[in-house]
Design a protein around this ligand. Sequence first.
Ligand SMILES: *[C@@H]1O[C@H](CO)[C@@H](O)[C@H](O)[C@H]1NC(C)=O
Ligand SMILES: *[C@@H]1O[C@H](CO)[C@@H](O)[C@H](O)[C@H]1NC(C)=O
Length: 335
Amino acid sequence: MTRIIYFCIYVAIVVNLLNDCLALTDDEVTIMASNFLATRKNIHVLNGNMSYLDSGPVDAKYVVVLLHGNPTAAYLWRNIAPYLIQHGIRCVAPDLIGMGHSSKIPNSWYYVSDHVRYINEWFTLMKFPRKINLVVHDWGGPLGFNWAMNNKRRVQSLTFFEALVTYSENLDAMYDSMPIFKEFRSPAGEKLVLEENAFFDLFYELLPGVLSDKDKAEYLVPFLEPGESRRPMLTFPRDLPRKSEQRSCFVNKMTKKYSSWLAKTKRFPKHAILAYPGILTPAMADTVKDWANIEFTNVTGDRPMLHYFQEEAPRPLGMAIEKILVRVLKINTPL
Ligand SMILES: *[C@@H]1O[C@H](CO)[C@@H](O)[C@H](O)[C@H]1NC(C)=O
Ligand SMILES: *[C@@H]1O[C@H](CO)[C@@H](O)[C@H](O)[C@H]1NC(C)=O
């Protein structure tokens, strides 16, 4: 009996070592990330241009679309995509309209309803020849969930984390624990966000010592000029569903609709990535715990996982998403 146990421990150690050997090294990730950033393209969408990273090729067997939220951009996915690209997966990451390197829209308030129109049109114009695996974060969540509901046949899998699934009481509690959100939503929001760049500072302060000067400069690109160029960052928190707005809010209706559909559908595998403490994770985990065809993966890093897991723990997150997709897509790995 003892011998068997020793043997099992031995096998477990060898398997772990092999896994570690096969994993990308940090240097490999760095090189692949800069190659990914060099794939930037542009596409005319409605009355603007949307910028996106696309590792290609167009006829790749597997496609992953990675959607970011506020106040980030496709740049957020640079250290995650390599874990998928190494398996020949085509990774495509757009910058939402008015954000990253996408163009600004004159006189736009960048409501979530506007983002929905632009991203839906972007998906259409991209003419993806294969089913799509969505990997979504923050406001990329609602945009991806909504697209999935309206394009059921085109979805192969859905992976999400720190995403707004639907209105819940827990969300109200979450906003109340961050009084700055109340200020963004008040008339003081214009001065705070458009003039003082307070939303960006909040993002930066959530990642102490994580972002290099180069990363910060890259994230700042769309928001350098005070004023309307920063409007996208302000409208997102104002569009968050609250209890008092449950009937009228576009976002509330949309989230309610897709979340009740996603809860039931068995059409494609869903995967929630959880990391703690998280900001949206507790409410999200509670909402999706009984969804059909869903699995969960916990990710831990060397620091508290608050919200931007791609920056907080790129390696554990990248490997978690890799593992999920290798299994979903039945990609053969040496093990
Ligand atoms: C979109 O890109 C095209 C080609 O680069 C450019 O001519 C046009 O002015 C851009 N439009 C906007 C709204 O930025
Ligand atoms: C993930 O972590 C949470 C909080 O620590 C725990 O309650 C849950 O059981 C874990 N789930 C999995 C799938 O490991």
